[in-house]
Design a protein around this ligand. Structure first.
Ligand code: TA6
Length: 283
């Protein structure tokens, strides 16, 4: 079943529910905000101080960073993580079958997007809600010149307590540490967080976020996203964010499927690329 509600700010939220799970997807930003397997707690985190205001990013769920990840390479005033996480998308399709419930949202170039990125494109996101949550992002270059993008599903997971959580799957993987001066390092063992963390892991097809206190693991599989970004703002950065409560860093971790930094995706005129992330909850 798919139902709609509109918030006082004008943002429309779709609720997708079936025998397996319930999920919420905002049409503004095409952002998945909630994924609750039947009779279980939410897998995703949204800040209680999040703004649901057109023009501002929603703090949590799965923001779509596109067509650049992080700050713009040259324009300091351009939005961080691109412009589609603050864009209105349109509903392009809905489907229900025995495996789950799907919606497809689309966003395309306009005079507004061309202020930041002077190219013609169609971006389409299919969200499938079943036992797993699957997101499929297709970028199509509608212009007559080649383009290149970086992007990410900036996924915020809800966790019981940051000190008790680990991320498996990166032992021996190189990463760029983005806290302070950028440095390249190699992961040894599981990732555990004990301070501000902002890393781009260069490789790995799948990882597992393990939260023993919540008796839960979440496996993140990806296809077409070479990188995984792991972020926790810790104490000082949490305090500096207006849309994030001071203590909330304890109950979230971002594990993001991305094609970031130097992993640019080039698209010839008329070409398209599809990238996929699947979240498999257990427990
Ligand atoms: O993905 C990690 C990151 O790029 C961090 O550097 C951090 O700033 C975070 O995203 C959040 O960015 P935002 O623009 O949503 O505040």
């Amino acid at each position: 079943m798919i139902t709609f509600k509109t918030l006082s700010s004008g943002i429309t939220i779709l609720t997708l529910s079936n025998n397996y799970a319930t999920a919420e997807v905002s049409l503004y930003a095409a952002q998945v905000l909630s994924f609750k397997p039947k009779n279980k707690n939410d897998i995703l985190f949204v800040s209680k101080k999040s703004l649901y205001t057109p023009g501002k990013a929603i703090r949590g769920g799965i923001p779509v960073c596109w067509p650049w990840f992080g700050p713009h390479a040259t324009e300091k005033d351009f939005p961080v993580h691109g412009f589609v996480r603050t864009a209105q998308w349109r509903l392009a399709g809905m489907e229900e079958n025995s495996k789950g419930t799907m919606v497809t949202l689309e966003c395309s170039s306009s005079p507004e997007t061309k202020k930041f990125w002077n190219h013609d494109f169609t971006l389409s996101l299919t969200v499938s809600v079943g036992k797993n949550l699957e997101l499929k992002l297709t970028t199509k270059n509608d212009g007559s010149e080649s383009v290149s993008i970086t992007d990410a599903f900036h996924t915020y997971y809800r966790i019981s307590e940051i000190a008790n959580v680990s991320v498996r799957g990166f032992d021996g993987t190189r990463y760029i540490d983005r806290v302070g001066e950028r440095t390249e390092k190699t992961q040894e063992g599981n990732i555990v967080i004990s301070g501000e963390t902002d890393r781009v892991y260069l490789g790995g097809e799948k990882c597992v976020v393990s939260d023993p206190s919540a008796k839960r693991t979440v496996t993140v599989k990806k296809d077409g996203f070479p990188d995984t970004i792991v972020w926790n703002p810790w104490i000082d950065r949490s305090k500096a964010m207006v849309d994030f409560d001071d203590d909330e860093y304890r109950n979230m971790i971002c594990v993001e499927a991305g094609s970031a930094l130097d992993n640019k995706i080039a698209l010839a005129p008329g070409a398209s690329v599809t990238q996929k992330m699947t979240i498999v909850p257990r427990g």
